[in-house]
Design a protein around this ligand. Structure first.
Ligand SMILES: [Zn+2]
Length: 216
C-alpha cells in the first residue's frame, strides 16, 4: 500500500488528459466505501506498477481527499480538501450518488473527478488546459516578435517578412529566420486549434441541457 508517504511514486509533468487519474464515485459506492467513518487508500496502477495513490476518509455526505502534489519537480505540497456527495433518486428505486466538483466556482454534479494536482470535473480541467495552451501560444508569438525586431521586420507574424538586414551574416540570418518560422508555426497552429475548440465548445453548450435533463 502506497499511502500518503509514497510521494516519489507520483508522476510529475503535464496534466494531459491521458495522464489523469480518474476517481469514479460509482465504483466507490459499489465497493461499499462511501459509508461514513471509513479511511482507505486508492491506487492507480499501470502494468502492475503503482502510478499514484491518494488517501480518503468519509463523513456523512462527503469524502475528504488527502495526498501530495507537486508541479514540474517542485516541492511536494500536502493537499487536503472536501468533496461533497449528492444523492439523487433513481427511476426504479434506490438512489444514485454524485460528486460535486470541488473546484472553486464549479460544484457540477459528476460521476468522475480527474486528478491532476487537484481533482476536478472534466470541464474544469479542459478550461485549465486551454488557459495553459493560450500562454504557450502567446509565448511563441512573443518570441517570433523578438526575432522580427532583430531582423528589422515589422512586428506581428501576420505581416510580410523582410529580407536580411545589411551587415548581418547569412548564417546568422538563416538561423534567426528558421527560429522565427518555428515560433510562428507554433503560434498559428495554436490559434487554429483554439478556433476548433471554440466551435466544439459551442456544440457542447447546445448539448448541455439535454445532458443535464438526463441526469436529473
Ligand atoms: Zn468542475
Amino acid at each position: 500500500m502506497g499511502g500518503i508517504g509514497s510521494g516519489r511514486r507520483y508522476q510529475g509533468g503535464k496534466d494531459t488528459t491521458s495522464d489523469m487519474r480518474a476517481l469514479d464515485v460509482r465504483r466507490l459506492q459499489r465497493d461499499g466505501l462511501l459509508t461514513p467513518g471509513r479511511n482507505f487508500g486508492w491506487h492507480w496502477t499501470r502494468n502492475g506498477e503503482e502510478l499514484a495513490s491518494i488517501q480518503m476518509r468519509t463523513q456523512v455526505d462527503r469524502v475528504i481527499l488527502h495526498y501530495r502534489s507537486r508541479s514540474n519537480g517542485g516541492e511536494w505540497q500536502p493537499m487536503e480538501y472536501t468533496v461533497h456527495l449528492q444523492w439523487t433518486p433513481c427511476n426504479f428505486g434506490g438512489r444514485r450518488v454524485w460528486f460535486r466538483c470541488p473546484a472553486q466556482g464549479c460544484g457540477r454534479r459528476v460521476a468522475i473527478l480527474f486528478g491532476g494536482s487537484i481533482f476536478a470535473c472534466r470541464h474544469c480541467h479542459k478550461l485549465a488546459y486551454e488557459c495553459q495552451r493560450e500562454t504557450d501560444d502567446d509565448r511563441a508569438m512573443r518570441r517570433a516578435d523578438t526575432i522580427r525586431r532583430r531582423l528589422g521586420w515589422e512586428a506581428g507574424i501576420a505581416n510580410p517578412e523582410g529580407g536580411k538586414p545589411k551587415g548581418m551574416h547569412w548564417n546568422t540570418f538563416e538561423r534567426l529566420k528558421a527560429q522565427h518560422d518555428a515560433f510562428a508555426n507554433t503560434s498559428w497552429a495554436g490559434m487554429a486549434e483554439r478556433l476548433g475548440l471554440i466551435n466544439r465548445r459551442l456544440e457542447m453548450l447546445r448539448l448541455d441541457p439535454l445532458e443535464l435533463g438526463r441526469d436529473e
